[in-house]
Design a protein around this ligand. Structure first.
Ligand code: ATP
Ligand code: MG
Length: 274
């Protein structure tokens, strides 16, 4: 479990001044949970993500990962292994020339015995469906496939949580689907907790819980249904409604009768009684 209590963080700008990025965040992320984090540009989402695996530490307040205080540098490696990160640009995350070598990079840096490295690479490739392409040149891959390799690299560290910081933003819809499917499997088949930072509401509706951050504070949280049922409030925070909910609005304006609050395509089918 990850807990954060009264977390404040600011960035130094110039000699004297600091820019507040997070102002008093508190909460927890449970093991195996799928949390979507939403918020306008500059609201503090990436800063929050970096505090969850000790890339940054709180200025005041505390973050604990499985009880380890992120400010306690003696547990830095435990924390980094327990909470992996996948970033926006797949190009910046890959270090080796073949898939297999890239996935082995993390465990090699842990100084594990070769047999253990081999086993972890096998397992990570299997979980991401990359086993058949182990010797493929990274440069030959699509953006989505590169993100899969980045995910496999994180998996080889045996994390309990993976944070995706806009990891689908640069991908086309086909590659986005590949990555989202991998995210689903991580949770459903392997019990790995997922924190998905996204601007795409059709991704957010897949989560167990949504956290909306604005100006460094938690403004809303709840299930996708609870959050998006607030319609106008969500829009006032600078966020879109999920596409299916926007469609429902349009259809209702046209006089189509629709039941409930459809967030996904299958819920829309239900609402239209197709
Ligand atoms: N390295 C830095 N130095 C100074 N200010 C920073 C730095 N990184 C972020 N900031 C500022 O901190 C605030 C929060 O930034 P952050 O990157 O966490 O937002 P975000 O919600 O991830 O935005 P985006 O949706 O654009 O990715 C912003 O005002 C940003 O300009
Ligand atoms: Mg960001």
């Amino acid at each position: 479990m990850i807990t954060f209590q009264d977390v404040f963080f600011s960035y130094p700008i110039g000699k004297q001044e600091r820019l507040p990025a997070l102002r008093g965040l508190s909460g927890e992320i449970r093991k195996g949970e799928f949390l979507a984090v939403l918020g306008p540009n500059g609201s503090g989402k990436s800063t929050f993500a970096k505090l969850l695996n000790a890339l940054l530490v709180p200025e005041s307040g505390e973050v604990h990962v499985f009880g380890w205080d992120t400010r306690d540098s003696s547990h830095l490696w435990d924390i980094r292994q327990a909470v992996g990160m996948v970033f926006q640009n797949p190009e910046n995350q890959l270090v080796a020339s073949t898939i297999e070598e890239d996935v082995a990079f993390g465990p090699e840096n842990l100084g594990l015995p070769p047999k253990e490295i081999q086993a972890r690479v096998e397992e990570a490739l299997r979980k991401t469906g990359l086993s058949g392409q182990r010797r493929t040149d990274i440069h030959a891959l699509s953006g989505g496939e590169k993100q899969l390799v980045a995910i496999a690299g994180v998996l080889a560290m045996l994390p309990s949580f993976i944070i995706f910081d806009e990891a689908t933003t640069m991908l086309d819809s086909e590659n986005r689907a590949i990555v989202l499917d991998a995210v689903r499997k991580l949770r459903e088949d392997h019990g790995i907790g997922v924190v998905l930072i996204t601007h795409r509401m059709e991704e957010a509706v897949l989560a167990d819980r949504i956290l909306v951050i604005g100006n460094g504070e938690i403004l809303l949280q709840g299930s996708p249904l609870e959050v998006f049922s607030l319609g106008a409030k969500v829009r006032s925070l600078g966020l879109d409604l999920p596409p299916m909910l926007q469609l429902a609005e349009l259809l209702r304006k046209e006089g189509v009768s629709l039941s409930g609050t459809p967030l996904t395509v299958s819920e829309m089918e239900g609402a239209l009684q197709l």
